[in-house]
Design a protein around this ligand. Structure first.
Ligand SMILES: C[S@@+](CC[C@H](N)C(=O)[O-])C[C@H]1O[C@@H](n2cnc3c(N)ncnc32)[C@H](O)[C@@H]1O
Length: 214
């Protein structure tokens, strides 16, 4: 599921008035929720368009049936992934903040999206209960540096269990806490850094079929 060719977003780049209103509502929600629960949210600002493009450009979208997102927040990555996913795919998004999940359900009208208010560690149970296939890709925005270490281990073990043998786990993080977990649970890891985000972020793509990558 790794692709080296950049795939441009199909979403129009020009902002219109509705789009700008939506963006400022998302920013307000993101900042409010961060100040209410800073450890859970990790960052006050939604992901930048540079971070989103950099992270998603390496994925092979044509063959994806199930895309799982951990910590969608206000849904910047969710919208970009829906722009790229095939018409018959499913995007299953997990967030522990009811406010973010309500926002996703209200602001994204797309039958491929299933947004659930639950911890990412519950992913295997949720997939089984909903009769969903193994995931082709898991994208994580979880703040691993502030997650309880047991929860982080459970989340990664559950992720391994629901990932297709050729599936990919990708993550964006301010710190490098997730790196050893990716190597332990998933396999070979490629990394990059994106300065054009507040705050700048490490990017990871972990792939069980490529144990030598680093
Ligand atoms: C850094 S923010 C992601 C922001 C998002 N990328 C955006 O652009 O708006 C981390 C997100 O992870 C969620 N989160 C934290 N712990 C979680 C957990 N155990 N399971 C699921 N979501 C979690 C937070 O509520 C928050 O939405």
């Amino acid at each position: 599921m790794l692709e080296t060719v950049a795939i441009p977003s199909t979403r129009a780049a020009q902002p219109d008035a509705g789009n700008l209103r939506g963006q400022s509502a998302s920013l307000g929600l993101s900042i409010r929720t961060f100040f209410e629960q800073p450890m859970m949210v990790g960052s006050a600002f939604p992901a930048s368009r540079w971070l989103v493009r950099h992270m998603l450009a390496r994925l092979n979208w044509q063959r994806m049936k199930l895309f799982v997102e951990f910590g969608p927040g206000t849904g910047v990555f969710t919208r970009a992934a829906l722009d790229r996913l095939p018409a018959d795919a499913t995007l299953l998004a997990f967030d522990t903040s009811p406010a973010f999940i309500d926002h996703l359900r209200d602001s994204i009208q797309d039958s491929r999206l299933q947004a659930v208010c639950a911890p990412a560690a519950n992913v295997a149970t949720l997939l089984r209960d909903r009769g969903l296939p193994l995931a082709d890709c898991i994208l994580s925005g979880l703040p691993f540096s502030t997650l309880d270490p047991m929860d982080a281990e459970r989340t990664m073990a559950a992720s391994r269990a629901i990932l297709e043998p050729e599936g990919i786990f990708c993550a964006y993080q301010m710190r490098r806490t997730i790196e050893p977990l990716l190597k332990k649970h998933i396999g070979g890891v490629r990394s990059a850094y994106e300065w054009r985000n507040i705050p700048p972020c490490h990017l990871y793509w972990a792939d069980a079929t490529n144990p030598q990558a680093n």
